[in-house]
Design a binder for this molecule. Structure first.
Ligand SMILES: [Mn+2]
Length: 552
């Protein structure tokens, strides 16, 4: 009863423009949306069909001191999930385990038979795949044949049949009855921790699980799962944990990223924290990120943050070079429905961010491939197409393997001419447009003088923003350009000083397009963009981040 009053009260106290944003969204359950209660909103983890079996199996393994391998994916979802397992075993003082994170380019995505061989040689009893595994049929068959038990904790789309694992916890399975389908891999592991917490046999302190919400939030925000329902709650409470984290490596990483921890936002996670974690695996050093998140030693935290930042800068340097290569090819791009390009000279692990930028710029699904160890592998990104659906629709001969979800995927090209693959992908694109994409809110008109902390604080109540709960867009309908600055290592960003005679505000656009760069001082413009907080350079600042500009 009381929470209803709370939600209504919060709504009434919002800045009028934020209230317009909220009302435009037609939220079903305003209570949950505006004032989520940790204990009420998260579903019972035992609603997963096999959660009780899983908890029993882990208890048995711990009791008998069996050897457990946690085999985790190498990205910003898998690594925080692996950290949760590390911390859980530490908390219950269980030592007979190994966290195995494969190298992205050398070993590839998912569990492989060769790795299983190694685990068998180490007398492993139980393999737990995390944020991967649902398509690792061959490896899991091998593990079973070698007498090991296998548990899959995954959220990726399944193939027609499931691998012969003993237990599968994956909300995306059609046969799974758990009520929320869109958890990321670390979200699934968080549900496991909740299940352990509820079981007296593990005697977990109450605060342990909550303390792991930060890891769930980094993954949920970075992995592009929709920030609705349970994900929104994980992100909301996880951000609070991250703002006051005691993990020394993470604190040092905030320093390196010039972020104020207590002001941390979802934008910082997407731009800085997630990109650093991903850089480690893109350069085949996933443990640099894992160790940073798990260390309890301040000196080590400092050194690892330095190392991770070095990898991040190297990744940026190398993707910038790749972008130039890609631009040479895309310059005369035709109206193909999908962009599929590659080179045997490109390193596959670096292609994801490039594909992402390209799919934004061309508003099309993008498939970039490179070559490593004799295999042509690539990354797929799209905004309004289901990329896994597109890969799935291809004839078997095109691909050796593929996987992922709607917005992002990976693939390995079979024994075909890449040009034929490009044609095939273009021909299936139109069948895989996502319904309702782009039905986001219309921009809300505002004046320069409306851009205020008061408005920002109201918007925070509607956030965190991301896929599925998009940052609200605002439109300045008629303002004058009173100054322009182009900056960034490759002159890719633009800052404009905008004025309406009464107020003035400095606005920013990252990775500006041609039109934005050509705007001149003195021109009248209309601008659409988002209102964000930045603490970059440790200065707390409100900014209007431009997305679109029209010269009037
Ligand atoms: Mn994932």
């Amino acid at each position: 009863m009381s929470s209803r009053t709370t939600a209504e009260k919060i709504r009434d106290e919002l800045h009028p423009l934020a209230r317009t944003v909220l009302d435009n969204r037609n939220i079903d359950d305003l209570d949950v949306y505006l004032s989520p209660q940790y204990d009420e909103v998260l579903h019972d983890p035992y609603l997963f069909r096999q959660m009780q079996d899983f908890v029993n199996r882990i208890h048995q393994a711990v009791e008998n001191e069996e050897r457990i391998v946690v085999f985790s994916d190498f990205d910003t979802d898998g690594i925080p999930a692996a950290v949760m397992w590390h911390d859980f075993f530490g908390e219950i003082e269980f030592e007979n385990f190994e966290i195995y994170i494969p190298k992205r380019d050398i070993e590839g995505f998912g569990l492989k038979p060769e790795q299983v061989k190694g685990f068998a040689a180490d007398d492993t009893d139980l393999i737990i795949t995390v944020d991967c595994g649902i398509r690792s049929h061959e490896a899991i068959e091998a593990a079973k044949a070698a007498g090991m038990d296998v548990v899959i904790l995954d959220h990726h789309v399944a193939a027609e049949t499931n691998p012969p694992a003993d237990i599968i916890i994956n909300p995306a399975l059609e046969e799974e009855i758990y009520p929320f389908k869109k958890l990321c891999g670390a979200g699934v592991v968080f549900k496991c921790l909740q299940a352990f917490e509820a079981d007296d046999r593990f005697d977990l302190p109450k605060n342990f699980t909550k303390g792991q919400l930060g890891m769930a939030a980094i993954a949920t925000i970075s992995d592009m799962v929709p920030l609705v329902g349970e994900n929104r709650v994980l992100a909301h409470f996880g951000l609070k944990i991250l703002r006051q984290t005691t993990r020394p490596g993470l604190r040092e990483l905030y320093q390196k990223g010039r972020i104020q921890g207590r002001e941390l936002t979802e934008v910082d996670i997407g731009f800085t924290i997630g990109s650093h974690i991903n850089a480690a695996s893109r350069l085949d050093q996933p443990y640099a990120a894992f160790n940073l998140l798990t260390t309890r030693n301040h000196q080590e935290g400092k050194e690892l943050a330095k190392e991770l930042n070095r990898l991040y800068r190297e990744r940026k340097r190398r993707t910038a070079k790749l972008k130039l290569d890609v631009a040479k090819i895309t310059d005369g791009i035709s109206d193909e429905a999908a962009i599929t390009i590659g080179s045997d000279e490109w390193k596959p692990a670096l292609l994801g961010p490039v594909a992402h930028g390209l799919s934004d710029a061309y508003d099309r699904p993008v498939f970039l491939w490179g070559k490593m160890n004799g295999r042509r592998k690539g990354s797929a990104r799209a905004g309004r197409h289901n990329v896994v659906g597109m890969l799935q629709a291809l004839d078997d001969s095109y691909l050796n393997a593929y996987g992922g979800h709607e917005m992002a995927g990976g693939f390995e090209i079979g024994d075909v001419d890449p040009d034929d693959l490009a044609a095939a992908l273009s021909s299936v694109a139109s069948d895989h447009e996502i319904d309702g994409y782009g039905d986001g809110d219309d921009p809300v008109n505002l004046q320069l003088s409306d851009i205020s902390w008061n408005l920002y604080q109201s918007l925070e109540k509607i956030g965190p923003f991301g896929v599925g709960n998009e940052a609200p867009m605002f439109r300045l309908t008629d303002v004058n350009v009173d100054g322009k600055r182009i900056f960034g290592a490759g002159n890719e960003h633009v800052s404009l000083t905008l004025t309406d005679g009464d107020s003035e505000h400095e606005t920013i656009c990252f990775f500006a397009d041609k039109q934005m760069k050509e705007v001149k001082s003195g021109q009248s413009v209309a601008v659409t963009g988002a209102i964000e907080k930045t603490t970059f350079g440790f200065r707390r600042q409100l900014r209007f981040r431009m997305e679109e500009i029209t010269i009037l």
